[in-house]
Design a protein around this ligand. Structure first.
Ligand code: FA5
Length: 332
């Protein structure tokens, strides 16, 4: 005689222990204990049985269902804890593995050069003042003694924004701003971007940086200029650097010079490398700012920041500073 309840119980218990995930177990539960499914489906057979056998048959189905349910509950607990273990294992962090290295930025070579310039000149008592990059024609040229249409202005072809505003061509433009608001004595330095409408090559760019230094006090002479420039050059380029002056013209200085520093070559010979312009501030500029030239005089010098870095590190192309090529930048 067949025993459908016993058979189904055996199949159900085998399916419960064969389920390896909670999802599989949930399916087994539906298959054997669901409405009109499995053991419940067997209940339909009751009606076909002789009356006296019906209660016992029904009771056995209920017992079998209780056994299956109890097994499912047990299996649920063990699968849950197994799955949790699995998940913890999968998601565990191995702290002994080397970490992922984050790329670390660094200061641009021009920024480190500017820092050196600031600490050197700051240490010599110069106060740093910022001027605007978008400058008035007045401060960039007029106040600095450039007569209108003066040929000297051709050397500094400019990016004009309006008739009387331009991207500054030289940080010297700060002089008029300072002299318009301060009384001597003062020692001022400024550093920043300058722009010239210029054909770009290895030594010229349309965008570059300058540092300008000027002081006004009693009895300032070319000797003060040379002493200050020498100290600055020795700090930036090494202790045995000397400075050489040669006459040059800038409308805002009298006398005006260009200056070079001594540079020892690999074979021991000395070369002179040109750095920038300098001179004593033109008395007419001081007078224009109501500074008494019987009492006061001043010096000024300016130079390119790129030029300083190029000399110190033997860089032969100024365009590299604006290219943002890491192969270049990572060398410093
Ligand atoms: C001037 O700009 C004067 N203002 C310097 C000065 C200041 C003279 C105070 C007297 C008193 P110059 O045009 O020579 O001078 O420029 C000075 C330096 O700026 C140059 O030696 C160079 O290092 C840098 N420079 C000028 N033009 C460019 C450019 N197009 N690209 C890169 N660097 C430049």
């Amino acid at each position: 005689m067949t025993d459908p309840i016993g058979e189904m119980l055996t199949t159900a218990l085998a399916a419960v222990s064969a389920a390896t995930t909670s999802a599989e177990l949930a399916e087994v539960e539906i298959q054997f204990l669901g409405r009109n499914k499995g053991l419940n489906e067997l209940k339909r057979e009751i009606a076909k049985l002789p009356k006296e056998e019906r209660p016992a048959f029904g009771a056995r189905i209920n017992e079998a269902a209780a056994v299956v349910e109890a097994e499912i509950d047990k299996r649920k607990v063990s699968l849950k804890s197994f799955e949790l273990d699995e998940r913890l294992r999968r998601e565990a962090i191995d702290v002994s593995l080397p970490g992922t290295e984050l790329p670390l930025g660094r200061l641009h070579p021009l920024s480190t050069t500017v820092e050196d310039i600031k600490s050197t000149l700051g240490g010599m008592g110069f106060e740093f003042v910022d001027g605007p990059e978008l400058e008035d024609y007045r401060y960039n040229f007029e106040v600095l003694n450039y007569p209108e249409d003066h040929p000297a202005m051709d050397e500094q072809n400019s990016f004009f924004i309006t008739q009387d505003r331009l991207l500054r061509t030289q940080t010297t433009a700060l002089q008029g701003r300072v002299m318009g608001t301060r009384r001597p004595p003062f020692r001022i330095a400024t550093v920043g971007r300058c722009y010239r409408y210029e054909a770009v090559d290895a030594t010229h760019h349309h965008t570059f940086h300058q540092v300008d230094v000027f002081m006004v006090d009693k009895k300032i002479s070319m000797a003060d200029l040379k002493g200050t420039l020498g100290a600055f050059a020795r700090s930036m380029f090494g202790g045995d650097t000397t400075v050489r002056f040669r006459p040059d013209f800038f409308p805002f200085v009298e006398p005006g010079v260009d200056y070079s520093i001594s540079w020892k070559m690999g074979d021991g010979r000395i070369r002179w490398l040109e750095l920038g312009g300098a001179g004593l501030i033109h008395p007419s500029i001081l007078r224009a700012h109501d500074i008494d030239t019987e009492q006061y005089s001043g010096f000024a010098f300016g130079l390119g920041v790129e030029r300083i870095h190029m000399l110190r590190y033997g860089v032969n192309d100024l365009r590299l500073y604006l290219d943002n090529d890491l192969r270049f930048l990572e060398q410093f």
